[in-house]
Design a protein around this ligand. Structure first.
Ligand SMILES: [Zn+2]
Ligand SMILES: [Zn+2]
Length: 360
């Protein structure tokens, strides 16, 4: 039997359950899980703050595994056969249809209504479809990405799902060389955005967070200046950005009030990317005249990630892991039996990144 951690319903302790070994369909892949993570979304899932989640679920969306078995020939993203013993990761988003209006006309495949996500929108009754499990079943058609030889499982999880998410936000931000970039929030998405803004040629990167330990991590990810949530925050940011405000602002905090502040901290004709409001944390008052219209402000939302973000995330962490200290983001490692501690530690922000090692 295969052990997996099951979130039976919101706000209940996670249970370890045993599942029978899966029988592989043609083109499926079975992985022995090498590493997975607890991300902020898992805490939201635990609090029941995401709609349409088919509890009970096996959480864990971004994961790394070693191939145990394939259902006949399966090709990876390079077109090479996937073989037992290979170390791979996979795009947790599956069943994007590439046939609907959003996929084809709007070119917004992360809004495809057919997409499913490992660890979030599959029920435990459908199989080992989450990373908090000794084994992960990759359904036919799941996109398999070979691990770079220089990227070990823990390094990839140190980037975690925050890396492709931040990469998407950085794409949306369209940073120009020399731009002054301000990032709100130094959680996993904000820390990754900090490194990627630097890699994109920003002239200055500022990061805001309430937790000093997170700002320390931001410095190791390339932040030039860090700000805490003080009464003088707005004027401090203005001072650091020539009195004008930032050229680019990226919201990665999850706090609705940060969006109103972000509009104020952006310069006229800045671009503002909102990526941190993944769950509904409520509304906020904004003066549309001063904050948006007169300011000529460009505001862009950013939802999820697709294969292009995932693929390039591997390229980026391979290229830049000597320059930015991703590994420091890992605060703690946990086995399946310690999963409730891991969830509680991420919830309480005692750790930035909890790595799950289902096979010890
Ligand atoms: Zn679609
Ligand atoms: Zn996540």
């Amino acid at each position: 039997m295969i052990r997996a951690a099951v979130m039976t319903e919101p706000n209940a302790p996670i249970e370890i359950r045993a599942f029978p070994p899966p029988v592989l369909e043609p083109c499926a892949v079975l992985l022995k899980t090498l590493a997975s993570e607890v991300c902020g979304t898992d805490v939201h899932l635990w609090h029941g703050r995401l709609s349409g989640v088919p509890y009970p679920i096996i959480p864990g969306h971004v994961s790394v595994g070693e191939v145990l078995e394939t259902g006949g020939e399966v090709l990876d993203m390079n077109g090479r056969p996937v073989e037992p013993g290979d170390r791979v990761t996979f795009l947790d988003v599956h069943e994007t249809c590439h046939r609907c209006y959003y996929c084809l006309v709007a070119k917004a495949s992360t809004r495809c209504p057919h997409r499913k996500v490992y660890g979030i929108t599959y029920s435990a009754s459908e199989g080992l479809l989450g990373g908090w499990s000794e084994q992960i079943y990759l359904k036919p058609g799941v996109q398999v990405i070979p691990m770079s030889a220089r990227v070990d499982p823990e390094l990839w999880i140190a980037g975690g799902c925050g890396l492709p998410t931040a990469l998407h936000a950085i794409d949306r931000a369209e940073i120009r060389l020399g731009d002054r970039v301000l990032i709100q929030g130094a959680g996993p998405v904000g820390l990754n955005a900090c490194a990627l803004a630097n890699a994109s040629g920003a002239g200055w990167v500022g990061v805001i967070d309430a937790v000093p330990q997170r700002l320390e991590a931001a410095r190791k990810m390339g932040a030039d200046q860090c700000f805490t949530l003080t009464a003088s925050l707005l004027s401090d940011v203005r001072t650091a950005t020539g009195g004008r405000g930032a050229d680019i602002v990226i919201e990665a905090s999850g706090r609705p009030e940060a969006v109103a502040q972000g509009c104020d901290m952006a310069r006229d004709h800045a671009r503002y990317v909102v990526v941190g409001q993944y769950t509904d944390n409520g509304s906020v008052e904004i003066n549309p005249h001063t904050a948006i219209n007169r300011k000529h402000l460009e505001i862009r939302g950013c939802w999820g990630s697709d294969m292009s973000h995932f693929w390039r995330a591997m390229e980026v962490i391979d290229r830049f892991h000597d320059r930015f200290d991703w590994r420091q983001v890992i605060s703690q490692r946990y086995t399946l039996d310690q999963i409730n501690d891991a969830l509680a530690d991420v919830e309480a922000r005692r750790v930035v990144k909890a790595v799950i090692l289902p096979n010890g």
